[in-house]
Design a protein around this ligand. Structure first.
Ligand SMILES: [Zn+2]
Length: 107
């Protein structure tokens, strides 16, 4: 079972306490963008086998959204962090790179 630590209340929440929110760090395109950019924002999602950044909500806890970095193949959780950032914290990226030297980094 997937267990994630909520970065707001510190609870180690089991998957049943959480609601998934899809891919994290989507770049939003609005008025003035091209059709291709808007289509990619609306519909295109990554589906990697390996390191993935996701949105989760502590639905049966504090109710706040947070982000998590985990491996989709092994369910290893690298870390969680507040949702109000545009990129994963550098220390988390360094931790992932140390554990997964083949990881190409956050794009
Ligand atoms: Zn919480």
């Amino acid at each position: 079972m997937l267990t994630l630590e909520c970065p707001y209340c510190g609870v180690m929440a089991e998957e049943t306490e959480l609601s998934p929110g899809g891919e994290a760090h989507l770049k939003r395109f609005g008025p003035g963008s091209s059709d291709e950019e808007f289509e990619a924002y609306m519909f295109a999602r990554k589906n990697p086998k390996g390191v993935h950044f996701e949105r989760w909500r502590h639905a049966y806890g504090c109710g706040k959204w947070f982000l998590a970095a985990r491996c989709t193949a092994t369910l290893e959780v690298f870390g969680t962090y507040p949702a109000q950032v545009s990129a994963p914290p550098q220390d988390l990226q360094d931790k992932i790179k140390a554990k997964r030297p083949d990881w190409k980094g956050f794009k």
